[in-house]
Design a protein around this ligand. Structure first.
Ligand SMILES: [Zn+2]
Length: 261
């Protein structure tokens, strides 16, 4: 039986990429969406005082790039609550939300940074959420991997494709609102095509790969392809790797039900 969970649409602003070991979360924002109707039942946003940057000294070289894009000032961070205080507040909300499913764009990054934030304070983020997480990048990849009209799968590009308004401020709550709106549209989209909300969960937080989906006719791998002619020209579909012996094909939305073990 599939657990009925609330959703936690989350975004972080950080002092660097996850490849930088000193990088940490300096802003977190999230909305808890109800599992029943996807309405917002709680929200939270806060700056976080960094542990790895001396706020009275110059910004270290490794963090300069991040500060250029995130619109967060050192003066604001001096007034921010400690990581411990923020973690405790987040835990309270996640507990009340009964282990929600995390929804994020590029969830691997946010999960790594949230794990760091919680670990640094002696907590475990994973204890308070339901796994696996839902990654909008993975879903977008599935839908538009060969879509010539999609230059990339960034949040703004996906939002534009789905007619969703974007406030271009690079602060965490603005991105959460866009992410939540994309998520809600994805849910309706999948439901329209006969997939339940719970089916989307199996997309998980990895880019769909060739071996992940199996042909229901011959058990061969299903591969993402692009239609070259006909009325679907330019659109992605999945076809059996045993073509021409097996001519099975399906849409990116349908392929989700053919995920292998
Ligand atoms: Zn086949």
């Amino acid at each position: 039986m599939v657990k009925k969970s609330n959703y936690c649409v989350i975004d972080t602003e950080t002092t660097g990429l996850d490849s930088e070991p000193l990088a940490e979360v300096i802003e977190v924002a999230f909305q808890i969406l109800s599992c029943n109707d996807l309405s917002v039942i709680a929200k939270f946003e806060s700056l976080i005082k960094p542990k790895n940057i001396d706020l009275n000294g110059p910004i270290p070289k490794w963090a300069l790039g991040a500060f250029r894009v995130n619109n967060i000032s050192i003066e604001e961070l001096k007034l921010a609550p400690s990581a411990e205080e923020v973690c405790e507040k987040i835990i309270g909300i996640l507990k009340a939300a009964k282990k929600p499913i995390v929804v994020a764009q590029n969830s691997a990054f946010d999960m790594e940074m949230l794990n760091r934030l919680f670990d640094a304070c002696g907590y475990k983020f994973n204890k308070y959420i339901w796994r696996p997480v839902i990654d909008l990048y993975a879903i977008s990849h599935l839908l538009w991997v060969y879509d010539a009209g999609m230059p990339n799968l960034k949040l703004g590009t996906i939002a534009e494709k789905m007619d969703i308004k974007v406030e271009n401020s690079h602060r965490a709550m603005d991105d959460v609102i866009v992410t939540a709106n994309i998520f809600k549209k994805f849910m309706l989209f999948f439901k329209d095509k006969g997939n339940e909300i719970s089916d989307v969960k199996i997309v998980g937080n990895v880019k769909p790969s060739v071996s992940e989906y199996l042909c229901p006719k011959c058990n061969g791998g299903l591969r993402a392809r692009m239609a070259k002619n006909g009325k679907y020209a330019g659109q992605s579909f999945f076809g059996c790797s045993n073509f021409p012996h097996c001519k099975f094909l399906c849409s990116p939305v349908q392929v989700i039900q053919y995920k292998g073990k």
